[in-house]
Write a protein that binds this ligand. Structure first.
Ligand code: SF4
Ligand code: SF4
Length: 430
């Protein structure tokens, strides 16, 4: 039986009624979408457990970390270097949320036509639903899209603990210098917060931990290139979502254990869908927990999602850090360089993203690309045009979806996705 965490949640100032409602909805959705899948790898049991304890055990662990005077740093974007947080013995927690809760509360502060991801991180706090945000010592924002950077100003008025990293818009020399300075400034902020200086050995150890996590996720991604796919897109998406808030060392061990099981499946030809089932790449805006909508529809319609060209996916782990450095200065430089390789649509131009989509489509043997953009997410909605052209050039069928976190458009999405999969099966390219 699950432990009762009511006192802990109450102590954190959560709204117990709203919170119970959220956990109830999450648990039902998880049963319907995840636990009903066929041929799931045994290694997913760990991730099922993590989800069942989403606001329990991990929150308790963070409480323990705080007792040991470790600092808790909340983030909303891939550009925030986790290595630096770990190098001051901090705990890094990704705070993006993928559920339509607290939107009404959020709309008292921000316009209705703001993307669901921003509304959700504001809404979770305002509706008293997120234990993690309450436990953080620092919330790190960034100047990526306009919606986020203005929302952080308001979020700081509410929480009084937002720190913003400036992200350049272009990756030329000036942009790189700006970014290197921002990485150094963030390191100083963390040193001040933690009351300790970053030591070279600590930075090297932290870099290794984060690189090992990336390598495990890369390994999982490579295994998805087999046909039949040894793991569903839903399960792989979940692993990627959990990577943002689980303990990184334990997480890496569990992903590697899962991959060992998948290796065996590949050798025996065991898959989650029939060999030859349509293979889909999802490309676009991030999908934070519990945003499983599009994957559930695609896989419920007989296809398999084999990759996510997304921040909750390849953009997070695609590039390793060159951790062979022998001074702090060199380490900072290499960290800045590594994070500049992330190809977010907030950059202009952003040709690297297109190259990555081509590489992924080939490696994962993709039959169709679904471009997924959250409604009002201008950067990704705009880039859909270029992704479509890439798909056309490669002769890969393409579908553009714009949606939010609500369930209202499920029927319509299902109809469009089914028609798209039918086109793939018939070999029609649009
Ligand atoms: S899409 Fe861009 S802004 Fe959003 S998390 Fe990814 S890198 Fe950050
Ligand atoms: S990049 Fe898009 S999804 Fe991310 S916060 Fe901005 S508008 Fe929302």
């Amino acid at each position: 039986m699950q432990k009762d965490y009511t006192n802990m949640w109450e102590g954190l100032g959560l709204n117990l009624e709203n919170h119970a409602g959220l956990l109830g909805v999450l648990s039902d959705a998880y049963k319907n979408i995840y636990l009903s899948q066929r041929e799931r790898p045994k290694g997913m049991e760990y991730f099922d457990f993590v989800i069942s304890e989403i606001h329990g055990l991990r929150v308790e662990e963070i409480f323990e970390a705080k007792k040991e005077k470790r600092k808790i740093v909340g983030t909303f974007c891939l550009y925030v270097p986790e290595e630096l947080v770990l190098a001051v013995d901090g705990v890094c927690i990704g705070l993006c949320a993928g559920a339509e809760v607290g939107a009404e509360e959020a709309e008292k502060f921000i316009p209705r036509n703001t993307c669901a991801l921003i509304k959700a991180f504001m809404g979770f706090k305002l509706a008293g639903l997120c234990p993690y945000v309450e436990l953080t010592d620092l919330l790190v924002g960034e100047t990526t899209c306009d919606g986020k950077k203005k929302a952080y100003e308001i979020f700081n008025e509410i929480t009084k603990k937002v720190y913003v990293m400036e992200i350049p818009n272009k990756k030329g020399e000036d942009g790189k210098i700006l970014w290197q300075n921002e990485v150094r400034r963030f390191a100083e902020k963390l040193e001040e917060l933690a009351g300790k200086k970053i030591a070279l050995e600590k930075l090297k150890a932290a870099s290794k931990i984060v690189n090992e996590k990336r390598k495990a996720l890369q390994r999982l991604s490579f295994l998805r290139s087999y046909d039949p796919a040894p793991i569903s897109g839903l399960d792989a998406l979940l692993v990627n979502q959990v990577s943002f808030y689980d303990d990184p060392i334990r997480f890496t061990t569990k992903v590697n254990e899962l991959c060992e099981e998948l290796d065996t499946r590949v050798k025996s030809g065991i898959g989650v869908a029939e060999k030859g089932s349509p293979r889909v790449l999802i490309s676009g805006s991030p999908m934070a927990i519990p945003n499983w909508k599009v994957h559930a529809i695609v896989e419920g319609s007989g296809a398999v999602v084999v990759g996510e060209e997304s921040c909750v996916g390849e953009r997070n782990f695609g590039t390793l850090l060159d951790d062979d450095f022998s001074s702090l200065e060199e380490g900072m430089q290499k960290i800045a360089d590594r994070y500049m390789t992330i190809n977010c649509a907030c950059f202009t131009p952003n040709e690297e993203r297109l190259t990555n989509i081509i590489d992924l489509s080939r490696r994962l043997k993709v039959d169709g690309i679904i471009h997924y953009a959250i409604q009002f997410c201008t950067p990704y909605l705009m880039e859909a045009f270029k992704v479509k052209k890439v798909a056309e050039t490669m002769g890969i069928p393409f579908l553009r979806i714009e949606t939010d976190y609500s369930m209202e458009d499920i029927g319509q999405l299902k109809t469009r996705i089914e028609a798209f999969l039918e086109m793939i099966e018939k070999g029609v390219i649009v």
